[in-house]
Design a binder for this molecule. Structure first.
Ligand SMILES: [Zn+2]
Length: 84
């Protein structure tokens, strides 16, 4: 009766395309958000390197440089050298 062995249900669903109004899905969405970076995004819209930048507060989540980028970058590089 309640035989659920047949779990291969065929819904024959056509691929539903979800369209978000006002937002065009382009290849850029799969690229790193950082300015001028053409690497593929791997984490939170950034490549490995720029995700580290984002974590360090060098860039915003939109990929824009922080206001005190120069100073932060200097500290970031210095920290990287220490870790190496
Ligand atoms: Zn990047």
């Amino acid at each position: 009766m309640a035989d659920k062995k047949n779990d291969k249900q065929d819904y024959s669903n056509p691929k539903v395309q979800t369209q978000v109004p006002g937002k065009v899905i382009s290849m850029d969405d799969y690229r790193c958000h950082a300015d001028g970076c053409k690497a593929k995004s791997t984490k939170a819209g950034f490549c490995e390197e720029h995700f580290a930048w984002f974590k360090a507060g060098l860039i915003t989540k939109e990929g824009a440089k922080a206001q005190d980028f120069e100073k932060k970058y200097y500290q970031y590089v210095a920290a990287q050298k220490k870790a190496a």
